[in-house]
Structure formats: structure tokens, C-alpha cells
Design a binder for this molecule. Structure first.
Ligand code: ADP
Ligand code: ZN
Length: 517
């Protein structure tokens, strides 16, 4: 794992870079002058915060928004990064603490309000402080023709010349005039390395399937692409070995790769993958950082990734050469349970866990999307798009139906059993199956017992999966994965809202027993 990837995980708590971040982080960390244009919410701050930790000395961050600076500083300090801000909102004590940290050489990030640049004292202080990078947030504020013009931003170029260090400028405003003005005023007209690639990877076909029989689903996906290089991402180390064997039995050249292997066999797989045509590697997420093969023709997930960022990064390894590439992501109720449990059992503080659930929900929303997947994916990263015509849902738009009644039955089964049970038991109640467990709890006496005989076991599983995808119910780790209702479900239960479900995932559901991980 690279330094940047380790910091991303250990300091910032993210499992994958968002679109564009990795390249920008690398360039900034290497001391290139950079202009990065990213949509709002795309994750700009990481692109200077992470490099700041990789560079010696202190990084000066100039931002026009005092509240935002203070938020970022608070967040950084919470994760153990030495950061401080000098703004007009500081108390004298806060100022002293920042000066002390700066003089002792501890500080890694110093946020500075632009008006501070007007003082000669600030410039002299920075000249002595060992600054190795200037990061400029909202760089369009340097544009005299824009709405957000900040005259003090005009002093940034002077500061860069005085300190003679690299500068990284960030903005969400992409129009050509603004860009030109940024280059003129911040970089003295010397073109910086620019990043303004959109996030869309139009050559990659997107597809999801509910996990009915993962082995067969992966085998048939690979069979249709015989001879092409591909990666199968698996949720466990054991599964990489099992699937690799299953594919080999079908005559594919395969290898497996995971973090439990010694460095040497891992390196050998990387080498084979880079040089051999048509190899399939079954791997955990350990495989990827540093895999730089342009002609990977497909990526499949036998298990649901951790988050929407991880999904984007992993499918993004396909088709780097721009030629058509295909992806398939399998997901099932067990995956959702497993991912939730991993988040809940992790050591992350509560806010971070809540955010992780949110990123998983976003991925589930994508999995059970009712319209174009690319539109949904790009919307998450702040880009708008038209239906792409190059995803499974554009190929075959899903039919939906009013699923309010089924959802209400499922919710009431959970409520009447005090939200203490998981999917399997709730489905037994709904379908009127008097199992030992049902009898033991006297759940056969509930009014909900047997009200859901119209749907099969597999169809009920699909309903529950969609309900989790729509965040109507969540498995509660403290209750061993028992399903609890979320606030979003209340209006449905009260009859104030209806809810649509996808018909196909119900129609496709069979009565095979739930797939074990
Ligand atoms: P902006 O580009 O608007 O400045 P921010 O830097 O504030 O965006 O980031 C927006 C949100 O994205 C924040 O909540 C941040 O925690 C989150 N974020 C940034 N990078 C990642 C990542 N690699 N994985 C997951 N979430 C991320
Ligand atoms: Zn589409």
C-alpha cells in the first residue's frame, strides 16, 4: 500500500479515493503546481490536506470562508493532525497557540484568511516558518469579473513568489475565462498542471444483479468474455481462492490475490497480470493500488463493495485505454448485513460510522436504482448527466409497481416482534411458516402471521433488500442484526406515502435458500 493510500485510510478514514482525487494528491504531493477543478462536494479538501502530510514543513491554506476553515481545522485536530487557523474570529489565546505551534515546527496545516496577507508581518512570519506548499481554496475568488472577487486574493501570487514554493489552486468554477485568470494571477501565467477531467467513464458499461448464485453468475459473466483480462473482486480471502479454482475448472487462466499472501507470490501475480493476455485475477481490494494495466476489459464484484467510492474506484480500473469495458456487481441481503456489521463493529467514532452507513446506503441506492445508473452515480459525485444508454437500466428499464402493501406488511412484522429479529424469521412469520422458533415466540398468534403468503421466500428477500436499499429498515448491530425501522418508513406505515419497488428483482427472485457468505 502506498503512503497516500495508508494515510487516506488511517487518518481520513476513507477506503477509496473519489474520482480524480488520487491523481491530484499525487501531483500536489510531488510539488507540482496544480489547478484542480472539481464539483462542489467532490472532495477538494482532501487533495491538499493529504499532500500536506506527505510534504515537509507546513502547508498554508488560503480560504475565504472563516466558518469552513474553522470546521476543517477542528476536523483535522480530531483526527490527530496538527492544524490551526489565523482568522479575524480568533481569540488572542487561539492566535498564540497557532504561533507557538508554527514556531516550534509542529504545525502541518495553517489556514489563513486572505486579509491576513495584507500585513507585512504575516509574510515575514511565513518566510521563516518552513512553508512547503500553498493551497488556495475557492481560487475563482481571484477573478475580478466573478461574483466572489476577493481583492486580497491578488496578493497570493506575490506570496508564492516570495516563498518560492509550489501552489495548488482549487475551484468548482470551470469556465475558461476564470481559469485563465487564475493562471495569470496565481501562477504568473505559467500553466500549472490542470485537472478538469469529468468523472464520467463513458466506455465502462455498468450493471448490477441481485446475488442469487454468485458462483454461477460470475462463471457465466466470465464465459461470455473468454480470453479477456478481468478482475473479480471478492469480499473475503477464502472466496478469491474458491472462485479462482471454479474459473480454472472452466478452462480460464486465473490467479488469486489477497493481503494474506506473502509479498513474493503477490508480486508474481501482479507481474503475470501485467504481461499475460486474458488472465483473470480473483482478488480482495488489496489488488489494485498500483495495478496499472490499461486493457483490463472487465471488472466483476462477487460481493458488494464497501462504499460508492470503493465501487467507483474498483470499476474504474477497467478500460483505462478508453476501449469498451464491462462491469457486473452482485449484491445480496447478506452483503448488506456484513457491510453494516463491519461498520458497526469497527473502531471509528460514531460520526464517522454514520457517514460510512451513508456511503453504503448510497451504493445500495445505486444498486436498486430505478433510472439510469450513470446518472445516479455521477449525481453522487456532484455531476449532472443525461441517461447514458450504456448501463443495464438504460438497456432494460426496470418496471416498478406500487409495493406499499408489501412494505407495510414487512414493517408491521418487524414492529410486532419488537424489532428484534432478522429477515429470515420475519419472512417465516409473513409466509405463515410455523417453525420451532416461530412457535417458541408465539409469533404464530400475531395478526401478521401468514399475511404474506402471496410472495415467495425469495420475493420477500427481494422486498427486504429493496427496503434496506431505500433505507426504510436497517440491521442493528447491537441487536445482532435485527431489522429496525428508520424514520423514513414512518410515513409509509401511517399511510401518508406510497413506495415503488422494482418488479424485476422480485420476479427474478427464486426460492433457493439464502446464499451464505
Ligand atoms: P468540496 O469539494 O466541496 O470542498 P469536501 O472536501 O468538503 O468537498 O468533501 C465533501 C465530502 O466528501 C466530505 O464530507 C468528505 O468527508 C467526503 N469525502 C472526501 N473524500 C472522500 C473519499 N475519498 N471517500 C469518501 N468520502 C470522501
Ligand atoms: Zn444509463
Amino acid at each position: 500500500m502506498t503512503n497516500a493510500a495508508a494515510l487516506l485510510r488511517d487518518v481520513f478514514g476513507f477506503d477509496a479515493f473519489r474520482p480524480g482525487q488520487e491523481e491530484i494528491v499525487e501531483a500536489v504531493a510531488h510539488g507540482e503546481n496544480v489547478l484542480a477543478i472539481m464539483p462542489t462536494g467532490g472532495g477538494k479538501s482532501l487533495c491538499f490536506q493529504l499532500p500536506a502530510l506527505l510534504r515537509p514543513g507546513v502547508t498554508v491554506v488560503i480560504s475565504p470562508l472563516i466558518a469552513l476553515m474553522r470546521d476543517q481545522v477542528r476536523g483535522l485536530i480530531e483526527t490527530g493532525v496538527a492544524a490551526g487557523a489565523l482568522t479575524s474570529a480568533n481569540t488572542p489565546e487561539e492566535n498564540d497557540a497557532v504561533f507557538d505551534a508554527l514556531h516550534s515546527g509542529e504545525l502541518k496545516l495553517l489556514y489563513l484568511a486572505p486579509e491576513r496577507l495584507a500585513s507585512g508581518g504575516t509574510q515575514r512570519m511565513l518566510a521563516r516558518a518552513g512553508v512547503s506548499l500553498i493551497a488556495v481554496d475557492e481560487a475563482h475568488c481571484v477573478s475580478q469579473w466573478g461574483h466572489d472577487f476577493r481583492p486580497d486574493y491578488l496578493r497570493i501570487g506575490e506570496l508564492r513568489r516570495a516563498l518560492d514554493v509550489p501552489l495548488a489552486a482549487f475551484t468548482a468554477t470551470a469556465d475558461q475565462e476564470t481559469r485563465d485568470e487564475i493562471v495569470t494571477r496565481l501562477f504568473d501565467g505559467h500553466a500549472p498542471r490542470s485537472f478538469l477531467r469529468g468523472f464520467d467513464r463513458p466506455n465502462i458499461h455498468l450493471a448490477f444483479q441481485p446475488k442469487d448464485s454468485p458462483r454461477n453468475q460470475i462463471l457465466s459473466f466470465a464465459a461470455a468474455r473468454r480470453g479477456q483480462s478481468g478482475i473479480v473482486y471478492c469480499g473475503t480471502r477464502a472466496r478469491t481462492e474458491v472462485l479462482s479454482q471454479a474459473l480454472r475448472d472452466e478452462g480460464h487462466p486465473t490467479a488469486f490475490y489477497h493481503g494474506g499472501m506473502e509479498a513474493e507470490p503477490r508480486r508474481a501475480v501482479e507481474e503475470r497480470f501485467a504481461t499475460e493476455d486474458g488472465l483473470i485475477v480473483c482478488a480482495t481490494v488489496a489488488f489494485g493500488m498500483g495495478v496499472d494495466k490499461p486493457d483490463i476489459r472487465w471488472v466483476a464484484h462477487s460481493d458488494l463493495p464497501k462504499s460508492i467510492e470503493a465501487y467507483y474506484q474498483e470499476i474504474g480500473r477497467a478500460g483505462r485505454d478508453g476501449a469498451p469495458a464491462e462491469t457486473l456487481t452482485l449484491y445480496g441481503a447478506d452483503d448488506i448485513r456484513l457491510r453494516r456489521a463491519q461498520i458497526d463493529e469497527g473502531l471509528a467514532p460514531p460520526e464517522r460510522r454514520a457517514a460510512d452507513h451513508g456511503r453504503l446506503n448510497a451504493l445500495l441506492g445505486l444498486a436498486e436504482a430505478q433510472g439510469c445508473r450513470r446518472v445516479a452515480l455521477l449525481a453522487y459525485f456532484g455531476e449532472t448527466a443525461q441517461p447514458c444508454g450504456h448501463c443495464d437500466l438504460c438497456d432494460t428499464p426496470p418496471e416498478t409497481f406500487d409495493g406499499t402493501e408489501a412494505v407495510r406488511k414487512a414493517l408491521s412484522a418487524a414492529l410486532r416482534t419488537e424489532e428484534r429479529f432478522g429477515t429470515g424469521h420475519l419472512i417465516d412469520i409473513l409466509r405463515g411458516k410455523a417453525t420451532d422458533k416461530v412457535k417458541q415466540w408465539r409469533h404464530d398468534a400475531l395478526p401478521t402471521f401468514g399475511v404474506g403468503k402471496d410472495l415467495s421466500q425469495g420475493q420477500w428477500q427481494a422486498v427486504f433488500r429493496q427496503m434496506m436499499g431505500l433505507d426504510l429498515m436497517r440491521p442493528d448491530a447491537e441487536r445482532h442484526g435485527a431489522l429496525v425501522m428508520t424514520d423514513r418508513a414512518r410515513p409509509i406505515l401511517r399511510g401518508e406515502e406510497t413506495i415503488h419497488l422494482r418488479r424485476d428483482t422480485l420476479a427474478r427472485a427464486t426460492d433457493r435458500p439464502a446464499v451464505k457468505q
